[in-house]
Ligand binder design. Structure first.
Ligand code: CA
Length: 254
């Protein structure tokens, strides 16, 4: 474990593996997370406050960040907001209690996943594995049009366009700034635009889990994605329709 966050390796151009940053002020929990991630092959950096966390994101460019909610100085929510301005890493927010997750889901934290203390190393491992499976999964659904000659999968839906390989999304010519989770969610929906997706199916496809209690996570990220897809329009533009009692599907705005 390393705690210095000097600028020496900013950008880490030659790095080989995945980098994780642990932002946690409780030493025992920090040690558990660091150990768990190291056994999963991450190069792990750890810091004990939100401000150090933001600085370390800038310097280390992590692929994964675990972020404690209760931190000295700026809290996890504020740290996440600042991190989101400079990084699209997967963020797992760690909360002290289960019931905090409901409150957090009501906020636009920018976190990709939430986990409540106490959690086991096994649980953390499962969540992290699920997250890193995502960019490569297609939710068990065969890619309909990704031929071997053309690895460049482009999905379109009205004015929306998703370039799957370069992980860029556009509305008409405007590039959308999406988090990884939002991008994965949009890609999944656009691969089968006529399908009505249940929250559970999206959870399996996008998050790679089927913890039924996490369907709130889907609702929150769909809400955030919707806002971003409609940003700058008159606000009535909807691309994702809620199918009452079932889930979601894509729709074309009028
Ligand atoms: Ca704490």
């Amino acid at each position: 474990m390393e705690t210095d966050v000097g600028p020496v390796s900013a950008g880490a151009p030659g790095r080989l593996g995945r980098v994780a940053l642990v932002v946690e002020d409780d030493e025992d929990i920090r040690a558990l997370i660091v150990y768990t991630l190291e056994t999963q092959g991450f190069e792990v950096f750890a810091v004990g406050s939100g401000l150090e966390g933001v600085a370390a994101v800038r310097d280390r460019k992590p692929d994964l960040i675990t972020l404690d909610l209760g931190l000295p100085g700026i809290d996890g929510i504020e740290a996440c907001r600042r991190i989101r301005e400079i990084s699209d890493a997967y963020v797992v927010m760690i909360t002290a209690r289960d019931d905090e997750i409901d409150r957090l889901l009501g906020l636009e934290t920018g976190a990709d996943d939430f986990i409540a203390k106490p959690f086991s190393a096994r649980e953390l491992k499962a969540r992290v594995n699920a997250m890193f499976r995502r960019p490569r999964t297609v939710g068990g659904v065969p890619r309909p049009d990704a031929s071997t000659q053309d690895a460049h999968e482009i999905l379109t839906h009205g004015p929306l366009r998703v370039d799957v390989e370069s992980r860029r999304a556009f509305r008409t010519d405007e590039e959308l700034v999406l988090t990884r989770t939002e991008f994965d969610l949009l890609t999944e929906l656009m691969r089968a635009p006529a399908r009505v997706w249940s929250r559970e199916a999206l959870l399996r496809s996008v998050w790679g889990t089927d913890w039924a209690s996490d369907t709130h996570l889907v609702e929150v990220h769909v809400g955030n994605l919707r806002r971003k897809l409609a940003a700058g329009t008159d606000g009535s533009t909807r691309f994702i329709r809620t199918v009452r009692g079932v889930g979601y599907r894509m729709e074309l705005p009028d």
